[in-house]
Design a protein around this ligand. Structure first.
Ligand code: G1P
Ligand code: ZN
Length: 543
């Protein structure tokens, strides 16, 4: 086996963010760019020789080429085996599942999540560790440090590997096993959920649409819903993964999943609608003419978990990111289990799940998951909803109404100001931080400030501290306004304002969310002086 040592120079701007390295495809197409990153990952790991790596991606443009480079570099660097999804395809939750199931050393996921794909759009790569979760900051920092020093990388001089035929092949001394992209993941879903009960729903005419948005979940969803559970063909829409995701923006929310939203508001709407994102970890849940906020979804799933085989003994705890509404906390209190409030980003949930402190986790950004893997999981959330709908024999709307009757309702919305001038955005936050010092006790309109701070989190497991995680204004009675800057944007800064109010009284339930939050929304833009400081008088996206 001929190993080539290729001389390279470190690239600027390779700092991996919370979701790995995400850049425009043109960057990744520069000579050695991907290889530099992959070698930096390998150089940051210890004792991986002879061990197994899992590789797969969401099928976007460059996916197949990237897989070949990774396979050849893994062989040159001494991995014993690579498990690669057929055609190079694996959803993010499937990678997490496969790493755990086969006790792999780690995995490389090729994806830029919900960001558009194609030659002019985004590509990404991220490393997950042996627990199946995203690499912790200590690892991503080590990778980053390495990318700044790297001078050469190793790759075998061999022809491309056939990644379309299932089975084992040798690449130098390393074994490449091309695995079925959906099988292991579906087996795990079958262990957690009552598939027979869910199939009865479809047998009785229950009508659902799942929008795969031309991304990775298509093959998984078709197999699960249309083949195994017996839903009619056509239940999965946009089910064929395309390298450019059909030119769309596969982010399952009210702004981007409009095809599904329209289907669910038709006069002959389906009973249930759901969508997932580019790499399959996000989810959106819709009922007939009703949208379930991700924050409410987490709460409802927690409250009903015991109805589902995989969670029949109940849940040990719930975690939510700080900007996610407090709905799940109310359920946790009722169930007498602990609830945790973490900074934004899935990685903070990993420690809690590894230590068996929580079973369910969720973020307002359409991410829900459980300790069955260490990533959020779009199809898992959809199946959990279906299992609960089947077990309760009720509609989404009925379930939501009775949930709000019992717990009260957290009205919730997020307003994003995208591609704001970065300097202006930082100044806006600085100004807010300065203001927050003496906001306590202030009366603003019909609200009184109970607490105002910049959220800081101490990890209960490893004691690590994360500061400056977002400015919180907490009002008496449970209303909140949160401000933070996105950590995942690729253009300028994105200011996110999260607005929440809490109504214990069920009578008020029919008020439209934006209307209900109108006063808080105007307080939010006034306090931050959004218009004056950014030149933006309207959010770019409301979810
Ligand atoms: C966004 C979401 C966050 C999620 C992350 C990765 O990050 O807000 O909840 O974990 O994408 O999917 P942000 O751009 O806000 O930093
Ligand atoms: Zn994603």
């Amino acid at each position: 086996m001929a190993i080539k040592i290729i001389k390279t120079t470190p690239f600027k701007g390779q700092k991996p963010g919370t979701s790995g390295l995400r850049k425009k495809v043109v960057e990744f197409e520069k000579p050695h760019y991907l290889a530099n990153f992959v070698q930096s990952v390998f150089d940051s790991l210890e004792k991986y020789k002879g061990k197994t790596l899992v590789v797969g991606g969401d099928g976007r443009y460059l996916n197949r080429e990237a897989v070949q480079i990774i396979l050849k570099m893994a062989a040159a660097n001494g991995f014993g085996k690579v498990l690669v999804g057929q055609g190079g395809l694996l959803s993010t939750p499937a990678v997490s599942c496969i790493i755990r199931k086969y006790k792999a050393f780690g995995g490389l996921i090729l994806s830029a999540s919900h960001n558009p794909a194609g030659p002019k759009e985004d590509f990404g790569i991220k490393y997950n560790t042996s627990n199946g979760g995203p690499a912790p900051e200590s690892v991503t920092e080590a990778i980053y440090a390495r990318t700044k020093k790297i001078s050469e990388y190793k790759i075998v001089d061999e022809p491309d590997v056939d990644i379309d035929t299932l089975g084992e092949i040798k690449l130098g001394k390393m074994t490449v096993e091309v695995i079925d992209s959906v099988k292991d993941y579906i087996q795990l879903m079958e262990e957690l959920f009552d598939f027979d009960l869910i199939s009865k729903l479809f047998e009785n005419g229950f009508s659902m649409r799942f929008d795969a948005m031309h991304a990775i979940t298509g093959p998984y969803a078709k197999e699960i819903f249309e083949k195994i559970l017996g839903a009619p063909v056509g239940t999965v829409i946009n089910g064929k993964p395309k390298t450019d995701f059909g030119g769309g923006h596969p982010d399952p929310n009210l702004a981007h999943a409009h095809e599904l939203v329209n289907l669910m508001t038709d006069s002959d709407a389906h009973s249930f609608g759901a969508a997932s994102d580019g790499d399959g970890d996000r989810n959106m849940i819709l009922g007939k003419n009703i949208f379930v906020t991700p924050s409410d979804s987490l709460a409802v799933l927690a409250a009903n978990a015991h109805l589902v085989p995989g969670y029949k003994h109940g849940i040990v705890g719930v975690a939510r990111s700080m900007p996610t509404s407090g709905a799940a906390d109310l359920v946790a209190k009722d169930l007498l289990v602990k609830s945790y409030e973490t900074p934004t980003g899935w990685k903070f949930f990993g420690n809690l799940m590894d230590a068996d402190k929580v079973t369910f986790c969720g973020e307002e950004s359409f991410g829900t998951g459980s300790s069955h893997i260490r990533e959020k999981d779009g199809l898992w959330a959809v199946l959990l909803w279906l299992n609960i709908l089947a077990a309760r024999g009720e509609s989404v709307e009925q379930i939501m109404q009775s949930h709000w009757e019992k717990y009260g309702r957290n009205y919730y919305s997020r307003h994003d100001y995208e591609a704001v001038n970065s300097e202006m955005a930082v100044k806006l936050m600085d100004n807010l931080r300065a203001k927050s010092a003496d906001m306590k006790g202030k009366k603003i309109g019909s609200y009184e400030v109970e607490l105002c701070d910049d959220f800081s989190y101490t990890d209960p497991i490893d004691g690590s501290i994360s500061n400056n995680q977002g400015i919180r204004i907490l009002f008496k009675g449970g209303a909140r306004i949160i401000y933070r800057l996105s950590g995942t944007g690729t253009e300028g800064a994105t200011l996110r304002i999260y607005i929440e109010s809490y109504e214990k009284n069920h009578e008020k339930l029919n008020i439209d969310t934006q209307n209900n939050l109108a006063e808080l929304i105007s307080i939010a833009v006034q306090i931050a002086e959004v218009g004056m400081r950014t030149g933006r008088y309207r959010p770019s996206v409301i979810t």
